[in-house]
Ligand binder design. Structure first.
Ligand SMILES: [Zn+2]
Length: 174
């Protein structure tokens, strides 16, 4: 089914005379730039949060229903960040090693347990490569899990919940 990009209405409510004008706001399905309702609500700096090395991020695609959770850990004082994928029922412990985080996505290594064809791997790298244009893809949602990406403590101030980084850690990060 073809969902409107701006207000999430399906085509069935559309204008029968113009199948592209199917948004309840009367806008084209290709017109996501002008509709605030359809903007991707991601508010935090995703790559910065991941590189901070203590957080978890869930990527979901509401069109396909696919959803993946990734966990990050740093070595060498944050010079390198490992990425693991949630692969079991326990979301604290059931993680499988995927690879090393880079600015272009995950780099697989000889220890990787996930292949380049895995949907989880492809979804992750797609998000990293579309970071600057994510607001054009409102069906793709990226969430941090509510803890500080740098120290792992629960976030409570509204500003920190938005950014994913606590106030003290924010001061220590460039
Ligand atoms: Zn912190």
């Amino acid at each position: 089914m073809n969902k409107c990009w701006t207000c999430d209405n399906s085509k069935t409510v559309g204008n029968p005379n113009d199948p592209e004008i199917d948004c309840k706001l009367g806008r084209s399905i290709f017109d996501s730039d002008t509709c605030d309702e359809g903007k991707n609500p991601v508010t935090f700096d995703i790559l910065r949060y991941m590189k901070a090395g203590r957080g978890k991020v869930t990527i979901s695609n509401e069109e396909t229903g696919n959803r993946y959770t990734f966990k990050f850990s740093n070595i060498e004082n944050g010079k390198m960040t490992f990425v693991k994928l949630l692969t079991g029922a326990n979301n604290e412990s059931d993680y499988t090693y995927v690879g090393v985080l880079t600015d272009n996505g995950i780099k697989l290594t000889s220890a990787s347990k996930v292949t380049a064809e895995a949907p989880s791997y492809r979804a992750f790298n797609w998000v990293i490569r579309h970071l600057s244009t994510l607001d054009k893809y409102p069906q793709v949602k990226v969430y941090h899990e509510g803890v500080c990406g740098r120290c792992g403590r629960t976030l409570t101030t509204p500003e920190s919940i938005k950014s994913g980084i606590g106030p003290e850690c924010g001061k220590r990060m460039s």
